[in-house]
Write a protein that binds this ligand. Sequence first.
Ligand code: NAD
Length: 259
Amino acid sequence: MSNHAVILISGGASGIGGCAARRFLDQGDKVHICDVSAERVSTFLESNPGATGTVADVGKRSDVDKVFEDLAEHHGRLDVLVNNAGIAGPSAPVDEQDEDGWDQCIQINLSGTFYVTRRAVPLLRDSANGRIINISSTAALHGYPLRSAYAASKWAMIGLMKTWAMELGPEGIRVNAVCPTSVSGPRIDGVIEREAEQRGMSVEQVHDVYLRQTSMRTFVTPDEVADTVLFLASDAARKISGQSICVDGHTEGLSNWLD
Ligand code: NAD
């Protein structure tokens, strides 16, 4: 049997997931990504020839079945699952929150995490060293004005992490969560633009609000989040389970107000 771990990363074609996937490949691990964007999967696989992947929406059970068929065909085993696929969801007060947007956010961020993990656990049981890492958010530690669906989904990912750590710990499977603050990149730019429009503020003002949510007045980079993902997957974290680790320059709160 190979010494290298087999890693499955959902939403692994770009952003945090893509960055973590490249870092696992760099250290010699085998990586299978799944991602809803066929274009991103194709670009990722072209630039990372050692990786394998499936075009799949984690919120659709038949797509998730296909991920595990491909994983079995390419690798035949699994050591690390990174539940990373997620969307930002609607930005609006609760009474104006779009119900379809709510359903979609919960379906992808929460049900998708469950669908993937449910199928991964039997494989992780067969690994000598199974690990699950949920990419949650600092939204899971505070209320998050205008982001009901996202906050609910990310709090739920912590609940799942704690529950799975208890269920699977006796079998030696470690389960943890990583909670990033705003990550520099197109996704947070889109969130800020939508919020600025919704609130009649400038993009710069909303950007400043987000910066002031952290003591270090900072966003983080995908690499900084990947550092913690790789640490939790490593043997250095062999006794760490049931934990949420923030990569956030210390979030004081997610108040969205300037005053
Ligand atoms: P991103 O949008 O840059 O990348 C997400 C990837 O997931 C994309 O490749 C996208 O195609 C894929 N994806 C989206 N929906 C999917 C689905 N239904 N099935 C499979 N793949 C899907 O986002 P990111 O910033 O890298 O975020 C990754 C994770 O980190 C998410 O769970 C997000 O909630 C969390 N997070 C992000 C931030 C941030 O500021 N960007 C902050 C905290 C937590």
